[in-house]
Write a protein that binds this ligand. Structure first.
Ligand code: HDC
Length: 279
């Protein structure tokens, strides 16, 4: 039996992640370890779940004809149970399948994970990753309850958004972002991307998610839950446009690809925390 994987990070990983999701040199709280408000963009907390062989082995065991080349990230939910998110730590992550749904020739797998502080055993965060796998088979089954926030539709309201922000991604965005841990060749290797039916490598879904989370954090302040669906691909170099609507402590958002008039992230929201110390 494979042991639950450990994942360690320090200030270097924090800065690299922040740069990967759009932090600029003058935003010292994201790029300078000696800044009094030095912090990591909270979506960092999914990284431990993406960095292990055990993660893939757990959901692959439920599938037939699984070709990793045909896997796309479909949705992602993250819940942070404790602030501040450490700048340096080691967590141990356990995985649990939550659901398998067969949709025509595609299989959707939802995989849950919990990451605990290795030193204290405290649960720091949990993730639910939905994977959309083309030309695959699995038996539709619900394995465990999901978090309410993870399964809400969060449709964009008809009203005008209260916040709009453009994000210009770099042609090299995926080449940089992959160093945070997800080395999937889909994001760098043109031949692999062609095998997956794309004209060129596509951006990591979690990079678009992190880029969006950063501008929402800057505008609305800290959040402890985030959910979104990846409804369209992004190519590195494209300009994203984030739209947001606020109702109480929930900010619903969409991330559009300006160049192609498509929606990259939809059915998405963050849950704001007014007082992080109360968590
Ligand atoms: O929406 C389409 C698409 O292309 N989305 C973009 C996907 C994307 O770019 N993802 C990010 C990049 S991939 C990535 O980053 C991988 C990463 O490196 C590794 C992650 C692995 C981590 C493992 C650790 C745990 C597409 C193709 C997803 C769906 O489009 P269509 O086939 O046109 O689907 P549609 O006809 O609209 O709907 C069919 C049924 O599927 C459901 N559905 C649609 N999009 C979904 C989705 N379910 C989950 N997630 C999505 N994104 C629909 O609801 C529909 O179901 P129903 O028939 O019941 O209504």
């Amino acid at each position: 039996k494979m042991p639950d994987p450990e994942f360690s990070w320090n200030d270097r990983d924090v800065i690299l992640y922040n740069l990967g999701v759009g932090a600029k040199r003058k935003e010292l709280r994201y790029v300078y370890e000696n800044d009094s408000d030095f912090q990591v963009v909270p979506t960092f907390c999914h990284l431990p779940t993406f960095n292990s062989v055990k993660s893939q082995a757990t959901f692959a065991a439920l599938l037939r004809n699984f070709n990793p080349m045909l896997l796309l990230h479909g949705e992602h939910y993250l819940k942070i149970n404790k602030f501040p998110i450490p700048i340096e730590s080691t967590v141990v992550t356990s995985y649990q399948p939550l659901a398998v749904v067969q949709k025509g020739t595609n299989t959707i797998v939802v995989q849950g994970s919990k990451s605990v502080d290795k030193a204290t055993g405290e649960e720091l965060f949990e993730n639910e990753a939905t994977l959309f796998i083309r030309k695959c088979e699995g038996d539709t089954k619900k394995y465990a309850e999901r978090r309410t926030f993870a399964t809400q539709p969060f449709n964009a309201p008809k009203s005008e958004p209260i916040f709009t922000k453009d994000i210009i991604t770099s042609d090299d965005q995926a080449a940089l972002y992959r160093l945070t841990g997800d080395r999937n060749p889909l994001h760098i290797d043109p031949d692999f991307a062609a095998g997956a039916n794309f004209d060129k490598p596509i951006l990591h879904g979690m990079c678009t998610y992190g880029l969006t989370a950063k501008v929402l954090l800057d505008q609305f302040g800290p959040f402890n839950e985030i959910k979104g669906r990846f409804t369209g691909i992004v190519f590195p170099g494209e300009t994203l446009r984030v739209f947001a609507w606020k109702e109480g402590d929930v900010v619903t958002f969409q991330t559009h690809v300006v160049d192609r008039k498509t929606i990259a992230i939809n059915n998405a929201a963050i849950k704001l925390v007014s007082d992080k110390s109360k968590l």
